[in-house]
Design a protein around this ligand. Structure first.
Ligand SMILES: Nc1ncnc2c1ncn2[C@@H]1O[C@H](COP(=O)(O)OP(=O)(O)OP(=O)(O)O)[C@@H](O)[C@H]1O
Ligand SMILES: O=C(O)[C@H](O)COP(=O)(O)O
Length: 401
């Protein structure tokens, strides 16, 4: 991959950095885990120390191509400023007048954050044609481009993919180091190799299972994905998250797993609540008996024990996605049990344990674990999963020398 050194002398040059600053926010808009902001600091610092005029770009959440206050990156600018220990200017748009004026005002070594890229339809549009104008507007702000948002390298989007065709481009240190660690999981991982999947981006993650079935020895399923599996097995799932149109696909996965000897571990019990709220009435029910008026919001205590058992002898583990809605205390125990199991096997027999994803990383920190209790905490959720599948990621492909 091309690196920052390949961009030559950066003094006085405007460098656009694509970071992944997609951090979880609470209802009041406060950042609940700043891991991704922290991870993006070294590259920004490096560029600023080389005298570049640093223009940081990122997205937050999934707004639909128009500005929405709750997805503003403004709170992230303040956090970035604290972590960098230098002022961070903020533009209230991405490629409009505010952005152009702010870029114009930048001096060597100064840093600017542009408003959420996804407030512009062109960022995530399906075809290169539809993304072109926005990519060109972004590129016109800078003289060089650094891709440092590992969490988005699986996205063929204007700020990740198309822009590299318009500016001299290189990978930042975060992208480089993530790729180095994750490669250890794809090249001859020590076995047993277990993958734990959960979270809420169900349709994104169901698709990766196909490829993982050929790589991992065990697949432990928790989080919102569980219910599509349970339904595929003929059980009722009440009001739980469900991908109705994926039922046949999931039946196919279960069949493949049986044929290839890959063990799919599903929860045996579920914490079922009347609604998506910490105060809702909730109870532990067998996984095949979720009442029609309840939704599953965590794996139950028996499942937590089962998952810990299935992880105990693993030598390599990749975990993406919380086991439940861990932000709410009544539904945190399953995720906490998986985090504990990973910490234990890292300490007991030096298992290579990798946690991927903004929310999963936030969860382990919420439980009081430090990053060094795990083999690696990746900033990439979907990106790290797709990397493990052995897929060619568009955002990495374009950085190849
Ligand atoms: N059973 C469930 N029902 C509803 N939501 C759930 C359930 N289990 C987990 N979640 C939610 O899933 C969210 C995290 O899912 P996501 O797939 O985004 O995880 P991630 O991969 O760690 O993060 P990212 O992809 O953003 O990096 C959490 O906010 C959690 O509350
Ligand atoms: O949270 C993530 O995994 C990255 O920031 C990418 O976000 P996306 O899944 O909305 O593209």
């Amino acid at each position: 991959m091309k690196t920052i050194a390949d961009l030559g002398d950066l003094t006085g040059r405007r460098v656009l950095v694509r970071s992944d600053l997609n951090v979880p926010l609470d209802d009041g808009g406060a950042i609940t885990d700043d891991g991704r902001v922290r991870a993006s600091v070294p590259t920004i610092k490096e560029l600023a120390s080389q005298g570049a005029r640093v223009i940081v770009t990122a997205h937050l959440g999934r707004p639909k191509g128009v500005p929405e206050e709750k997805y503003s990156l403004k709170p992230v600018a303040s956090r970035l400023e604290e972590l960098l220990g230098q002022p961070v200017a903020f533009a209230t748009d991405t490629v409009g007048e505010s952005a152009r004026e702010a870029v114009e005002a930048l001096e060597d070594g100064q840093v600017l954050l542009l408003e959420n890229l996804r407030f512009n339809k062109g960022e995530t549009a399906k075809t290169a044609e539809e993304r072109r104008e926005f990519a060109e507007q972004l590129a016109s702000l800078a003289d060089a481009y650094v891709s440092d948002g590992f969490g988005v390298v699986h996205r063929e989007q204007a700020s990740v993919f198309d822009i590299t065709k318009l500016l001299p481009s290189a990978a930042g240190g975060l992208v480089q180091s993530e790729v180095e660690v994750l490669r250890r999981l794809t090249e001859d991982p020590q076995r047993p190799y277990a993958v734990v999947l959960g979270g809420a981006k169900v349709s994104d993650k169901l698709g990766v299972i196909d490829n993982l079935l050929g790589k991992a020895d065990r697949l432990l399923i928790g989080g919102g994905m569980v219910f599509t599996f349970l339904k595929a097995q003929g059980h009722e799932v009440g009001k739980s998250l469900l991908e109705e149109d994926q039922l046949d696909v999931v039946r196919g996965y279960l069949k493949t797993a049986e044929e290839t000897g890959v063990e799919i571990v599903l929860p045996t019990d579920i914490v079922a609540a009347t609604e998506f709220s910490a105060d809702a009435d909730h109870e532990v029910v067998p996984a095949d008996q979720i009442p029609a008026d309840r939704m599953g919001l965590d794996i139950g205590p028996d499942s937590a024990r089962l998952f810990a058992e299935k992880l105990a002898d693993a030598k390599t583990v990749f975990w993406n996605g919380p086991m439940g809605a861990f932000e709410m205390q009544p539904y945190a125990a399953g995720t906490e049990a998986v985090a504990r199991a990973l910490v234990d096997i890292t300490a007991s027999h030096g298992a290579l344990t990798v946690v991927g994803g903004g929310d999963s990383a936030a969860a382990v920190r919420q439980f009081g674990h430090s990053d060094d209790e795990f083999g690696h905490i990746s900033t990439g959720g979907g990106a790290s999963l797709e990397f493990l599948e052995g897929k060619t990621l568009p955002g990495l492909l374009v950085l190849e020398d």
